[in-house]
Ligand binder design. Sequence first.
Ligand SMILES: Cc1ncc(COP(=O)(O)O)c(C=O)c1O
Length: 395
Amino acid sequence: MLLAINGGKPTRSDFIPYGKQYIDDQDIKSVNEVLQSPYLTTGPKVDEFEKKLCELTGAKYAVAISNGTTALHASCYAAGITKGDEVITTPITFAASANCVLYCGGTPVFADIDPETWNIDPEKIEEKITAKTKAIIAVDFTGQAVQINEIKEICKKHNLVFIEDAAHSIGTKYNGIPVGAHADFTTFSFHPVKTITCGEGGAVLTNNEEYYNKMLLFRSHGITRDEKLLTHTPFNGYNEQIELGYNFRMTDFQAALGTSQLRKLNQFSNRRKEIVSKYNEAFSKIPEITIQKEIKESDTTRHLYIIRLKSDKLKVGRDEIYKALNAENVGLQVHYLPVYFHPYYQELGYKKGLCPNAEALYEEIITIPLYYSLSDEDVYSVIEAVNKVIDYYRK
Ligand SMILES: Cc1ncc(COP(=O)(O)O)c(C=O)c1O
């Protein structure tokens, strides 16, 4: 147990986690109905969830899949990423955004972030393009849309595939249009800390029928019953494996939970926005803290709220501030260790120093609580705790 500063009494007696799901009676009823139905998997609830995701985003096709990582893997597979291909992504993301390239035999190339928005910088993307570049995986970090128009232009100019990793950004709009219909592929994650959840789950949205069909095969062993694709059709129900796929299917009870959660997306999104504006107001008054800059095109449903510390104005580094805030009973995380700092990537030969803006950001960030059921009282406790710790360590 860490001792709180200033006499050991924490701001809160109970612990506030940094993120958590919100499940209501309707969610439970939806899942229960599936459990009592004939289809636990590959049934009508998956189709319904996919339809709802298309309605929400305006995308033509949706593939519900086992999680956000397999959504990215399916996208890279359908985009044809293979050995010798380079794919540009951001280092400030969960490892899955780069691992999906490795799964397909390609090479992730890291382009630095914009120091103010913390999203991948389109100018830095251009600097990394070579004859081998095949795709860009741009991550809507914390929920803020990337500079979609600029990235689309780059993709058009260099004939690249645009994969938008929207694991953080369901509910966000770019120029008034929901995330999901902009890129060649948009991937979602429905992990419990995300804005909506299926327990585990993911989806890929696309407007391209060929990509869609490839991902359907990929999700289920590469097996088809489509007569146009079969070498012969001796009996009903006959199927053939025509590609090397996986079992990355979503169950019907996960899909039912997802559909039920989607009904609350506006409600979730509005509450998250309220909390973000309370945090922004409080933290913009603290000279030792920087908040994330928003681009005007993004109407953001924030998944994560991150404060950036100004190290030169504080007596201690991020880790000490983190410990002190934790001792105030505030749940925290750090998003993210630059991907190429992970020992696995270091072993692959990536060197520190590659993306200075990302590395500098990593040293100074702390993710604080943000979730739908966080009460105003909780929000004010978090703000109070941050003020207390910063006051104590200010130079
Ligand atoms: C940016 C990003 N991409 C991909 C993923 C992978 O999603 P999942 O955990 O559903 O596999 C995550 C998960 O946190 C993520 O944050």
